[in-house]
Write a protein that binds this ligand. Structure first.
Ligand SMILES: NC(=O)c1ccc[n+]([C@@H]2O[C@H](COP(=O)([O-])OP(=O)(O)OC[C@H]3O[C@@H](n4cnc5c(N)ncnc54)[C@H](OP(=O)(O)O)[C@@H]3O)[C@@H](O)[C@H]2O)c1
Length: 170
């Protein structure tokens, strides 16, 4: 039970990889907080796990993030997993497609991290895990918005990681 005593928020836990991470963390003893927009699915998973709790969370909505932070309190582990992955040719891509990928995959992860990070820094222990993608390292056809968002989200936490570990300066 490697995660006994740890509270972990997994964003995008209603299905797919997030759901699998939540189940694996719970098996290792973590108290898992399941976050996404689909409260029914999260509550069903929380019931299956037994010790988990569900929280409605839209990572594109600052008010939703603030409410979730209030409801959940401090966590020791944050998994930024929530993501969308659309596919369209650049010449057919509208602004909404482009912006939605940045909003969820890049800005969403940043905002959730910002909301939950301070207590980890204060406690001198915490883990922020970014669910990346090979699309954050190389480009793929028809997925320019997804690749751009994943390149950004791969870079930003890695760059700031060493800074979090140093004492704060004014
Ligand atoms: N599947 C792959 O092959 C693959 C490969 C590399 C990386 N990844 C990455 O792994 C992560 C999960 O992928 P997946 O395949 O498991 O995706 P998925 O099955 O489509 O699940 C996506 C999850 O993200 C949540 N989500 C989407 N928009 C959200 C929002 N605005 N606020 C909160 N939650 C939101 C969804 O929950 P609700 O709809 O309930 O809000 C859902 O739980 C993503 O970051 C993806 O880029 C996946």
């Amino acid at each position: 039970m490697k995660l006994q005593g740890k509270k972990a928020l997994v964003t995008g836990a209603s299905r797919g990889i997030g759901r699998a991470i939540a189940l694996a963390f719970a098996k290792e003893g973590a108290t898992v907080v399941l976050g996404s927009r689909s409260l029914d699915s999260l509550e069903a998973l929380a019931k299956e796990i037994g010790t988990a709790v569900a929280v409605r969370l839209d990572v594109t909505d600052p008010e939703s993030i603030a409410r979730a932070r209030e409801e959940v309190g401090e966590v020791q582990i944050l998994v930024n997993n929530a993501g969308i992955a659309g596919s369209v040719k650049v010449l057919a891509m509208d602004d909404e497609h482009w912006q939605s990928h940045l909003d969820v995959n890049l800005t969403g992860a940043f905002r959730v991290t910002r909301a939950f990070l301070a207590p980890m820094v204060a406690a001198k222990w915490g883990r922020v895990i970014q669910i990346a993608s090979t699309a954050g390292k190389i480009g793929f056809a028809y997925t320019a918005a997804y690749c751009a968002s994943k390149h950004g989200s791969s870079a930003s936490p890695a760059r700031s990681r060493s800074r979090w570990r140093r004492p704060a300066s004014p």
